[in-house]
Each structure stands twice: as structure tokens, then as C-alpha cells.
Design a protein around this ligand. Structure first.
Ligand SMILES: [Zn+2]
Length: 134
């Protein structure tokens, strides 16, 4: 169980699938089930169209950032390194909402966590979110 006060990090991910693959949350759900997890590890998924799909509810601990799942929420952009304008608009909306709900939390990209060698989500989330004053 995640409590509001637990959440210190809002972590942005990508699905690391080819940019032209229009997969959705149910695809990721099945993929993560295949890893032996309790289904999709993210809390939100943003499709190439900009549509937002729900993953785990926000009170449920995610599976997306090693060692910090107890203190974070995760959102995943479908794609690898080129995201659509609509995806960025949706990402901004989600993070704005989360910042309101979890005012103490900071926004990072998965790669900004020092516990991973991944480059996910392949853009500078900190710089992007600062530019938008998130
Ligand atoms: Zn990631």
C-alpha cells in the first residue's frame, strides 16, 4: 500500500518499443505478467495517440524503478526515443495532477535514478519539466 506521504518521486519511463508500434497498457500488462510480476508495473501509460490508460492504482506499489517503488509513481510513454506532441501534452497533464496530489514529490526520468544503467525515457525529463515549471 502506498500512502500519499510516501510518494517522493514521479518517474517518467518509456516502453522502449519501436516508435511506430502502437501498443497499449494491456500489452504491457501481459508483458509484465510474463516477467512474473503482478501485472503492469506502471501507474499510467500514454499511448502514441496521447490517450492515457491506467495501470496500477496510485495506492498500489508499482514495479518500475528498482529500490524506489515504495516511494514513487511511474508513468510510461509508449515508444523509444521519439514521442508525439500529444504524448507530451498528456504527460504534462498527468504530472501537473500528481504534483498537486503529492506536492513533496519531484519529477525525474528513470535514467536519473542512480540505481539503473538504463537511458529510459531517452530525453532529459528534469530539464523538460523545469522548462514547463512543473
Ligand atoms: Zn524506465
Amino acid at each position: 500500500m502506498l500512502f500519499k506521504s510516501d510518494i517522493k518521486l514521479l518517474v517518467v519511463h518509456c516502453s522502449d518499443t519501436p516508435n511506430n508500434n502502437n501498443i497499449d497498457a494491456s500489452y504491457i500488462h501481459n508483458m509484465h505478467l510474463g516477467f512474473g510480476w503482478d501485472g503492469i508495473g506502471y501507474h499510467k501509460v500514454i499511448l502514441r495517440s496521447g490517450k492515457v490508460e491506467n495501470g496500477r492504482p496510485e495506492y498500489w506499489i508499482g514495479a518500475h524503478v528498482k529500490g524506489k517503488n515504495q516511494t514513487s509513481l511511474g508513468v510510461c510513454l509508449i515508444g523509444r526515443n521519439k514521442f508525439t506532441k500529444k504524448q507530451f501534452i498528456s504527460l504534462e497533464k498527468i504530472l501537473k495532477k500528481w504534483k498537486k496530489s503529492y506536492p513533496g514529490a519531484i519529477i525525474i526520468g528513470h535514467c536519473d535514478d542512480n540505481n539503473t544503467k538504463k537511458t529510459c525515457p531517452n530525453f532529459n525529463v528534469i530539464k523538460w519539466s523545469k522548462n514547463l515549471k512543473l
